[in-house]
Design a protein around this ligand. Structure first.
Ligand SMILES: [Ca+2]
Ligand SMILES: [Ca+2]
Ligand SMILES: [Ca+2]
Length: 283
């Protein structure tokens, strides 16, 4: 056998063993390494957060009865920009959200440095991003021209669909505010808002509080262009398969006023009955 033939055969043998290994390694690198799914229970809370307290200040509003979770953001960014603490609660009419996170630029102006925050809910059975149907997203601070004039403090923009960016709803159904604080990076931000569980708008996902239906949701921020400016955070680097389930409200009691009036009434009826029997016998 010539030396060149021998070398060629060795190359084939080595390739047969190394190629699958290389593919496996590539797949390993291609997969998002930091995808983390957060499973959220949205508790029933009878006390609402007042509209005036949905002000972008974390210390106002009743949030002590909410559940809160550290959620990995879709931006896939390193600490401290890749996670945020998200609060959830509902009172069977409205659902309340608050996001406390960090960002690398302040919100100065629509043409200067600014960031946006996005919170996406999907219809049952829909997962992932940029879905033409079943995607309902709230933005704070996104300055795409189709969203109109955006000024600070930021109010929620209610959108639908998988466009880049998603289309603004004709019916705006979220009430709230987002603000930032701090004088240098990392800046703090807080976004707080509410919406009806069922807004009646086909461009919003109608939420059912039954303790079992799970909705996919995604949270992200962006500061590096495309509705933002001046930072380095890109909103889409990873897909975290988060879900939220709304706890069922407590059952309505059979005796809405409680048992106390019944317990008072029972002896009273007996006394009246005995008194009437007594007066009848006398007559
Ligand atoms: Ca507040
Ligand atoms: Ca809407
Ligand atoms: Ca919507």
């Amino acid at each position: 056998m010539e030396r060149s033939d021998y070398m060629a055969r060795r190359l084939v043998v080595v390739s047969v063993f190394l190629l699958p290994l290389a593919v496996l390694m590539f797949q390993g690198f291609a997969k998002p390494a930091n995808a983390v799914a957060t499973t959220v229970i949205v508790p029933f809370a009878s006390i609402p957060v007042a509209d005036g307290d949905l002000d972008g200040y974390p210390n106002t509003g009743i949030w002590s009865d909410a559940n809160y979770y550290t959620v990995d953001l879709e931006n896939g960014a390193a600490t401290p920009y890749g996670k945020a603490v998200v609060y959830f609660k509902h009172d069977s009419v409205d659902i309340y959200f608050r996001i406390d996170g960090k960002i690398d630029v302040p919100w100065v102006s629509a043409t200067g440095q600014h960031f946006w925050i996005g919170f996406q809910i999907n219809a049952v059975g829909v997962t992932g991003h940029h879905k033409s149907t079943g995607q309902d997203t709230i933005f704070f601070g996104e300055t795409d021209a189709s969203y109109g004039t955006i000024s600070y403090p930021l109010i929620p923009i209610d959108t639908y669909g998988g466009g880049k960016p998603p289309t603004k709803d004709a019916s705006q159904d979220a009430i709230g505010t987002a603000r930032y604080s701090g004088t240098s990076a990392p800046y703090n931000f807080t976004a707080e808002w509410k919406r009806k569980l069922n807004t009646g708008d086909s461009n919003d996902v109608a939420l059912v509080a039954d303790g079992s239906t799970a909705y996919s949701f995604y949270v992200t921020t962006d500061s590096d262009g495309g509705g933002s400016s001046g930072g380095t955070i890109d909103h889409r680097a990873v897909t975290n398969a988060n879900t939220m389930t709304l706890a069922a409200p407590p059952p309505v009691p059979e005796f809405p006023l409680g048992l106390a009036p019944l317990m008072l009434l029972a002896p009273l009826i007996s006394i009246v009955y005995l008194w009437r029997m007594h007066t009848k016998r006398k007559a």
